[in-house]
Design a binder for this molecule. Structure first.
Ligand SMILES: [Zn+2]
Length: 306
C-alpha cells in the first residue's frame, strides 16, 4: 500500500503498555456475569505504595531535584479504574501505529462520503491500540480474542500483535491484509450507525441457536463486504493500493474464515458453529464490496446465496 503520505486519524488511542494487571482483573464482565472483580479496587489500593511511600518519593524527588509527579506517575497509571477506563494517549509514533492511523483516516474519508450520499452523517469511531488485555464498555477483553468492535463505546480494539498471528499462524502477510482487519471492524461500526446491528441483535434474541448463528454469519460477511467497499474507494479515489494488495486482502479473508480456523483448531469443520462464514464466503463478499464500492451491494441479509 502507498500509505505513507496519507492523512493520520485523530481518533487513535494508544493504551499499549498501560498495564492491565491481568491476574487481578481477569474475572471481568465477559464470561463471568456478576463479576468476581468486586473488591478489586480495594485490593489494588491496598497493594499501592501508601502515604509513607508517597512522602518518601516526594522527599527523594525534592532532594534529587526530580519533578515528583514523574516519580508518582507509575503508581497512578498502573491501576486503571474499571468504572472509568484510562483515556488513551495519542498514538506513539512507531510505524505500525502510523499505518493503522492512516488506514483509519482513509475509512473516515470513505464513509463520510458514502453516508453523505445516503443522506446521513458518519460518526467516526475511535481505534484503541492495546497490548495483552483491555477494558471496554463491552467488557474485559484479552488479546487472544482478536480485534473487535464494541458498539457501546463505538470503539475498535486491536492488539497489534494480532498482525504477527495473521502473518505467522494464518499465513496472511502484507499491509493490505492488516488494513482489511481494521476496515472489517469499521464495517461493524457502520452496521451500528445504520441500525443494522441492533436489528440483528433483536432478531437473534427471538431465534434458535442455529438461526442466531446464521444471522451472525450474515453480519460478519456484511462487514467483510463493507471492508471491500472501503478498499474500492481507497484504490479508485486515493490510489492507495499497489499491485498484489487485493490478493493480500483476499488471502486474509480466506485465512480467517471460520472453516479454516476450525480445521486448524480441531481438525474438522462444524458448519453450524460458524460465526464468520467460510473462507469462500468471506472472499466472495469482500470481493463484492471491492468490485462495487457500493454499500447497497452488501445486503447479505436478503441474499439467497452467501
Ligand atoms: Zn467481525
Amino acid at each position: 500500500m502507498r500509505w505513507r503520505l496519507g492523512r493520520r486519524s485523530q481518533n487513535v488511542e494508544d493504551r499499549r503498555g498501560m498495564g492491565s494487571p491481568v491476574g487481578m482483573r481477569l474475572p471481568g464482565r465477559i464470561g463471568i456475569p456478576g463479576g468476581l472483580g468486586r473488591g478489586r479496587r480495594g485490593a489494588a489500593r491496598g497493594g499501592g505504595i501508601g502515604i509513607i511511600g508517597v512522602l518518601i518519593l516526594l522527599a527523594l524527588g525534592w532532594l534529587l531535584g526530580i519533578d515528583p509527579s514523574f516519580l508518582l506517575q507509575d503508581t497512578t497509571t498502573s491501576v486503571p479504574d474499571r468504572e472509568a477506563p484510562p483515556a488513551g494517549r495519542p498514538p506513539a509514533d512507531d510505524e505500525l501505529a502510523q499505518f493503522v492511523s492512516v488506514v483509519l483516516a482513509d475509512t473516515e474519508h470513505t464513509w463520510h462520503a458514502l453516508f453523505r450520499e445516503m443522506g446521513g452523517e458518519y460518526r467516526e469511531p475511535t481505534l484503541v491500540l492495546f497490548s495483552d488485555a483491555v477494558d471496554s464498555a463491552c467488557g474485559f477483553a484479552q488479546a487472544a480474542m482478536g480485534p473487535f468492535y464494541c458498539p457501546a463505546d463505538q470503539r475498535v480494539y486491536i492488539d497489534l500483535g494480532f498482525y504477527d498471528d495473521l502473518k505467522d499462524r494464518f499465513g496472511a502477510p502484507g499491509d493490505f491484509a492488516q488494513a482489511y482487519v481494521i476496515a472489517h471492524e469499521v464495517g461493524h461500526h457502520v452496521q451500528n450507525l445504520l441500525g443494522i446491528a441492533s436489528q440483528v441483535q433483536a432478531a437473534r434474541q427471538q431465534a434458535s441457536a442455529s438461526e442466531a448463528n446464521a444471522l451472525s454469519v450474515r453480519m460478519e460477511l456484511q462487514a467483510d463486504c463493507f471492508a471491500g467497499v472501503w478498499g474500492h474507494h481507497a484504490d479508485r479515489s486515493r490510489d492507495l493500493l499497489e499491485a498484489g494488495d487485493i490478493e493480500e486482502g483476499l488471502n486474509a479473508a480466506a485465512a480467517i474464515g471460520d472453516d479454516r480456523l476450525q480445521r486448524q483448531g480441531q481438525g474438522y469443520v462444524v458448519p453450524d458453529a460458524f460465526t464468520h462464514g467460510s473462507s469462500a464466503q468471506r472472499v466472495r463478499w469482500f470481493r463484492q464490496g471491492l468490485a462495487s464500492g457500493d454499500p447497497n451491494a452488501c445486503d447479505t441479509f436478503n441474499a439467497d446465496q452467501l
